[in-house]
Design a protein around this ligand. Structure first.
Ligand code: ADP
Ligand code: ZN
Length: 622
């Protein structure tokens, strides 16, 4: 890559002009401007912004501005070596001299980059946290600093410094060293994870006490949330993809490696192109699958949570969960990977009784401290409350992050308000069922047997334990097995019942007593029909543009995509790094006939105009 380095004096350091000229965007979004100005003028900042909010520009523009003021190189600390190549490629595409230093480089390559850095020509340098403590790298930073060429530190994914977060990285703990050695160099810490504990941890561990804190709204209005009860999860997933996301890129999260592999293979058999990704795969395979997901259209990545942090593919149209995430932060971060481009996207989750039970057990059996476990349990409860909610999912999600909001009109519960019923009687029957087992033989049983007893079924097990003589035998014949499972799941989620041990035997919690006594009303959700419900038809064939286009514009759009694909291949970069779909769609709609006209389109900056302008105009000039 051969971008000409900006000469420090000839270009404007004004952030607004950099936004327009370099990135081709007409305006800052949300708090970007305030953040950029704070950092460009040398202040520290802590930035909490949801995924897709536009964090990258928050440090890239100050870096460019300060470089243009002769202040030298900005260092970006990012935990994601696998993504640095594309991040740097995207900057070079817009004409910003950037590079990364990591273990994937040859000696020659690394030396070349070090020279670029030491000369101060480099605008942005990406490094992994472990490099920061290298003596060699420290010596280089010290030399830059002495010469006034150490401009800014950006710490991306800053929540990795917190043990409360789910992405803790030991190396991040060393990053306070940057502040200790170079207190006059401004620092910008950025993250999309926002709970109070993690926030406090970041401030303390990174010594950001003097940083200005910028908290953006965490709402992602273009994401539609749907949480369904598990029936036949694979089939449910397949129906969801076929009905609403045929040909779209998406991510499917599963808990175990095996399930990842099985699900990916199964989806492929069903004609949905899918790849597996988990930490047990060879790193070369992982990298190849990630590259394909980023570079090809319409692939589904089936993955454990090992996949996703820092993935900035803008056109992921859905994120599906086949297993319950750990907590709401994890859920929100994972689902946040959908729809970064602002176009419609969906977060879809299927969960059942077993998920609830497994998650509780994983916490109970983990070797962690009791304090830690207590926090994890509280967090799981909040997630279960979300899953069982009858009201707006978004209101609950945002409330969890401390934001007030109104029902959104874009979640399953808003679009199809669930019916509820007074389940107090059913709950009491079920709880008595568990209680009577205990009273009868000091024994606990699992869900299947309990439901058989409630429904009055004469099974071998009923005969073996003499359970037909219990007063609870047959008191629940009015509900189906599926209905009883739904009741039980909700009672577990509400914390009245626990399922424990190897066989998930059921026990009562102290709160069950007030339900048994009829002191609290239990409002339950009517189980949804397994098929069709909640489906909002979207007439969307494979790989349509983000906005509807007339026939001739659509033809131009297709031609532009083909052209972009070729450029992306030549540069070994994902297509969206060349231009976003939305930018191509706007080009196709306007069909500009001059470079000046082309330059007005959002996403077309000076460098891309120069590099690609003529080729683009030639796409429809015949
Ligand atoms: P984050 O890192 O916060 O998840 P990104 O920095 O990847 O988000 O930005 C998300 C998308 O929004 C990117 O494709 C980016 O180019 C685009 N974007 C960011 N800021 C603006 C802006 N001011 N105008 C137009 N597009 C923007
Ligand atoms: Zn809603």
């Amino acid at each position: 890559m051969s971008a000409q380095p900006d000469s420090p004096t000839s270009l404007s350091p004004d952030p607004q002009r950099i936004l327009q000229e370099v990135f081709g965007y007409p305006a800052f979004r949300g708090q970007q401007q305030a953040i950029v100005e704070r950092a460009a003028s040398g202040g520290d900042a802590l930035v909490l912004m949801p995924t897709g909010g536009g964090k990258s520009l928050c440090y890239q523009i100050p870096a460019i501005s300060r470089h243009r003021q002769g202040l030298g190189v900005s260092v970006v600390v990012s935990p994601l070596i696998a993504l640095m190549h594309d991040q740097v490629g995207a900057l070079e595409e817009v004409g910003v001299h950037a590079a990364f230093l990591n273990s994937t480089l040859s000696n020659d390559e690394a030396q070349h980059i070090e020279r670029e850095m030491m000369s101060g020509r480099l605008v942005l340098l990406y490094v992994a946290p472990e490099r920061v403590t290298h003596p060699r790298f420290q010596a280089q930073l010290a030399s830059l600093h002495e010469r006034g060429l150490l401009s800014l530190f950006a710490i991306d994914e800053a929540h990795c410094v917190s043990q409360w977060g789910h992405d803790f990285r030991e190396d991040y703990l060393q990053l306070n060293l940057l502040h200790e050695r170079y207190p006059d160099v401004p620092r910008l810490a950025l993250t999309a994870t926002a709970d109070d504990q993690t926030r406090a941890d970041m401030v303390e561990r990174l010594q950001l006490q003097d940083a200005q804190v910028f908290i953006s709204s965490f709402d992602r209005p273009n994401i539609r949330y749907t949480l369904v009860e598990k029936d036949n999860p694979r089939q449910q997933l397949l129906r969801f993809i076929r009905a609403e996301h045929e040909g779209d890129a998406g991510i499917v999260y599963c808990q175990s490696r095996k399930k990842v592999e099985d699900t990916a293979a199964w989806l492929s058999e069903q004609g949905i192109p899918a790849l597996p990704y988990h930490a047990g795969l060879d790193s070369a395979v992982r990298q190849r699958h990630q590259d394909r997901f980023l570079r090809e259209d319409g692939l589904v990545m089936v993955a454990t949570v090992a996949f996703g942090m820092g993935i900035d593919k803008p056109d992921v149209r859905f994120v599906a969960h086949l297993d319950l995430p750990k907590n709401i932060e994890a859920y929100y971060q994972e689902t946040g990977r959908a729809g970064r481009d602002g176009a419609d996207a969906q977060a879809w989750l299927a969960y059942g009784l077993a998920d609830v039970v497994n998650q509780r057990r994983m916490i109970d059996e983990s070797p962690a401290h009791d304090d830690f476990k207590r926090v994890q349990r509280t967090k799981l409860d909040a997630l279960l409350a979300l899953a069982e909610a009858h009201d707006c999912r978004r209101v609950r999600l945002l409330a969890y992050f401390g934001e007030d909001s109104q029902p959104c009109g874009n979640c399953d519960n808003c679009l199809n308000p669930p019916q509820t019923w007074d389940g107090t009687e059913a709950a009491r029957k079920l709880l008595s069922g568990i209680y009577r087992f205990w009273q009868h033989g000091q024994q606990r049983f699992g869900a299947g047997h309990l439901i058989d007893v409630l429904r009055g079924r004469q099974t071998d097990k009923v005969a073996q334990y003499g359970h037909a003589s219990l007063s609870t035998f047959g008191i629940g014949a009015d509900l189906s097995e599926a209905q009883w499972r739904a009741v039980l799941r909700q009672l577990v989620a509400l914390g009245h019942v626990v399922a424990e041990g190897e066989f998930n035997t059921l026990g009562l919690t102290p709160s069950a007593r007030s339900v048994l006594r009829g002191e609290v009303q239990v409002v339950l959700k009517v189980p949804a029909e397994p098929t069709g419900r909640g489906k909002v038809a979207r007439t969307k064939g494979p790989a349509q543009p983000p906005v509807p286009l007339e026939a001739d514009a659509l033809a131009r759009y297709e031609a532009l995509k083909a052209w972009r694909g070729e450029v992306a291949r030549q540069h070994n970069l994902p297509a969206y790094v060349v231009f976003h779909d939305a930018t191509l769609a706007e080009m196709a709609r306007l069909a500009p006939t001059s470079l000046a006209e082309l330059a007005t389109i959002s996403g077309v900056g000076a460098k891309k105009l120069e590099a690609y302008g003529e080729q683009i105009l030639a796409v429809w000039r015949v």
